[in-house]
Design a protein around this ligand. Structure first.
Ligand code: AHG
Ligand code: MN
Ligand code: MN
Length: 333
């Protein structure tokens, strides 16, 4: 295998010179926890029934065994070294204030979706972990109110995709880097020093079974794409849907496209389908840092002032020119 720069060497390189040591330490711990999750997903059913139902989380969704185990792995990693002051997770009603005495000195909160795409576990489909590093205000303990920080303040964001290969996508706010896990050595090695989204695309990703629940602008946009060469867009479009945001966004950051989970009548009362703090915000930072655009169909996701820990938002993100077009459909009403 060709020698690629390790994550460790990357974090010590001039490109990360402005990143505080405390941030690098938190990223190391998070990534090491994900390597542990990766070894579980790789062993699949040999690691036990990872898709077994475990309970119901705060969002009234069934927790699978792997959701809970992944959450525990991340909590244990943070408790061990105390590099995050407090944690927010899809799988925990409230924040977890890290007990390790060192944690009180950490300038960061960590928000995460420990296992995104849990309905893919039992079909051996793509799953991943999404994380967001937020600056902890001076004196803040890590209550849920203190963690309601807009996405534009994120110090770093990333995800680990447990696919045919395990891939880490990371941004510290100066571009996006891709690493691939050398599983034999448990080391992430750089495989793209700059992830750049094509500005245009002819590929969209949406759960089309919800069409009848969408608002009129989204119905019009997708109908126009489906009309292809004969329609107003005058070209054919392709459609892909993994069913795990982490997999769908990874395709978008790899070859362009748009990933859409718009507001619809099914999710309107909750504000949308995907969660702001640990799904939409980190993915929006990555997409923007890769040259794309991340909106809720109208405005920038990263500018949304969060109102609750598990707040949901519509997500319309991806290649810049195509997102501009979708926003213009919404402006027309
Ligand atoms: P999670 O498994 O963390 O609850 O997230 C699942 C999310 C997201 O990954 C995906 O895009 C979306 O749910 C799919 O939802 P539907 O199957 O309801 O469309
Ligand atoms: Mn998720
Ligand atoms: Mn999840």
């Amino acid at each position: 295998m060709q020698e690629h720069q390790s994550l460790e060497d990357f974090l010590s390189s001039p490109r990360c010179a402005d990143a505080p040591e405390a941030l690098k330490a938190l990223i190391r711990d998070t990534v090491n926890a994900c390597i542990e999750i990766a070894s579980l997903t790789r062993n699949g059913s040999l690691a036990g029934n990872l898709a077994a139902s475990w309970g119901i989380n705060v969002q009234d969704e069934t927790q699978k065994a792997l959701d809970v185990i992944s959450n525990d792995i991340l909590i244990n990693a943070m408790e061990k070294h105390g590099h995050a002051r407090a944690l927010a997770s899809e799988e925990m009603d409230d924040t977890h204030i890290v007990a390790n005495p060192k944690a009180a000195e950490s300038p960061y909160f960590l928000a995460f979706d420990p296992l995104d795409g849990s309905s893919n576990i039992d079909i051996n489909g793509l799953v991943g972990t999404i994380f967001s590093v937020l600056p902890a205000p001076d004196g803040a303990k890590g209550t849920s109110g203190e963690m309601l920080i807009a996405g534009r303040e994120q110090a770093a964001a990333g995800y680990v995709l447990y696919g045919p290969s395990t891939v880490l996508i990371l941004t510290l706010g100066n571009g996006v880097v891709e690493f691939t896990l050398d599983a034999a050595k448990s080391v992430f090695r750089m495989t793209k020093h700059s992830v750049d989204l094509p500005v245009g695309t002819s590929e969209f990703s949406i759960n089309a079974s919800n069409r009848r629940y969408w608002e009129a602008p989204m119905q019009r946009y997708i109908d126009d794409c489906l009309a292809g060469k004969e329609g107003p867009r005058k070209r054919d479009f392709n459609m892909r849907w993994v069913g795990a945001m982490v997999g769908d966004v990874h395709r978008v950051v790899s070859r362009g496209g748009v990933f859409l989970y718009p507001i619809d009548e099914k999710t309107r009362a909750k504000g949308g389908r995907l969660r702001l703090l640990y799904e939409a915000n980190p993915m929006s930072m990555i997409v923007e840092q890769a040259g794309g655009r991340a909106t809720d169909g109208h405005g920038r996701i990263l500018d949304i002032a969060p109102s609750s820990l598990h707040q949901r938002v519509p997500v319309v993100i991806g290649s810049r020119e195509e997102i501009d077009i979708i926003v213009s459909y919404h402006e027309q009403g």
